[in-house]
Design a binder for this molecule. Structure first.
Ligand code: PEP
Ligand code: MN
Length: 336
């Protein structure tokens, strides 16, 4: 971090600032030029609030040189992180995963039908929401504990690892046998939830918030990792823009940027990104082509009657077709 001081800053005030900065355990380097005085900070500056410093009368500007996210940063961990979910199922390091299943768990029959179908098509992980974050309190809120029970039963029958969303940390005991815990877009900055998930040893799929930038997504990953849980999978699911033909705007550049900045695996969700089943295929292919480590796709056995997100859900047949085409893209990238 570099702090430029205003001209004619009294020496005592400068010394007071330096002492305060050093109380955070960083080293300071003073450079007194003819026109400007600069304080350079070396060490871990993550706990230093740049807004507080730039608000001081004696400070002209503050520039962060290193990113505030450390554990998620590729500079400190050059190799891709590989997150193993179950035997033979991992994210990152060149392994590609399909997560597929309905938006919400609705019944045992529905889950079994979808799970068997997506498994045959190559899905490695089954999704299904038991606690649903709905905009309207009058909409289907999920089957809660019963939904988790059905997911676990489907996992037992099919052998597919499961992912489901947590909304309240008080529900954590229910997630004991869930393989990946999802933090949805609406909770990306629920920092108390993130801190608690940092204390457990289970993969967390962290979705990008509706209006959050890439740095904020990485800072949320940092919250989980700072607590000791480094098994974080990032998920790009589109952000809200002025566009209305799609539910959100899928930011595929985030995949490339996240891979550059971080060693964590990046998954793309073209279902919530576009909101329409017919756009899922082209966006899934594009996501695979730009280097995503996996896809999360909503699949329902009867989309017109789905209790949540039917219009963006693929039928099992459509999913099979998408999965085949994605594998062709992946093979082409490898030069097979
Ligand atoms: C979901 O995956 O079911 C979901 C609610 O997604 P998001 O948090 O991205 O809206
Ligand atoms: Mn959904």
């Amino acid at each position: 971090m570099i702090i430029a001081l205003r001209k004619e800053t009294p020496r005592e005030e400068r010394e007071r600032l330096i002492n305060w900065l050093e109380s955070y355990g960083v080293r300071t380097h003073l450079s007194e030029g003819e026109y400007q005085t600069i304080i350079g900070l070396v060490g871990d500056t993550t706990r230093i609030d740049t807004d507080l410093i730039s608000g001081l009368d004696i400070v002209e500007s503050v520039t962060r040189i290193s990113e505030p996210f450390k554990k998620a940063n590729r500079k400190f961990h050059p190799d891709d992180t590989v997150i193993s979910v179950a035997e033979g199922t991992a994210f990152g390091g060149g392994q590609f995963q399909f997560i597929a299943g309905p938006c919400s768990v609705e019944s045992e029959d529905q889950m079994e039908t979808v799970a068997e179908a997506v498994k045959k098509s190559g899905a490695g992980i089954l999704r299904g929401g038991a606690f649903k974050p709905r905009t309207s309190p009058y909409d289907f809120q999920g089957l809660h504990e019963e939904g988790i029970r059905i997911l676990l039963e489907t996992k037992r029958r099919t052998g597919l690892p499961i992912i489901t969303e947590i909304m309240d940390i008080g529900h954590l005991p229910l997630f004991e046998n869930v393989d990946i815990i999802q933090v949805g877009a609406r909770n990306m900055q629920n920092f108390e939830l993130l801190k608690e998930l940092g204390r457990i040893d289970k993969p967390i799929l962290l979705k990008r918030g509706l209006a959050n930038n890439i740095k904020e997504l990485l800072m949320s990953a940092e919250y989980i990792m700072a607590g000791g849980n480094e098994r974080v999978i990032l998920c790009e699911r589109g952000v809200r823009t002025f566009e209305t033909y799609t539910r959100n705007t899928l930011d595929l550049s985030a995949v490339a940027v996240l891979h550059e900045l971080s060693h964590l695996p990046v998954v793309v969700d073209p279902s919530h990104a576009t909101g329409h089943a017919r756009y899922v295929r082209p966006m899934a292919l594009a996501a695979a082509a730009c280097g995503a480590d996996g896809l999360m796709i909503e699949v329902h056995n009867d989309p017109p009657h789905a209790l949540c997100d039917g219009p963006q859900s693929l039928t099992p047949e459509q999913f099979d077709d998408v999965a085949r085409s994605v594998r062709k893209v992946l093979a082409a990238l490898k030069g097979d």
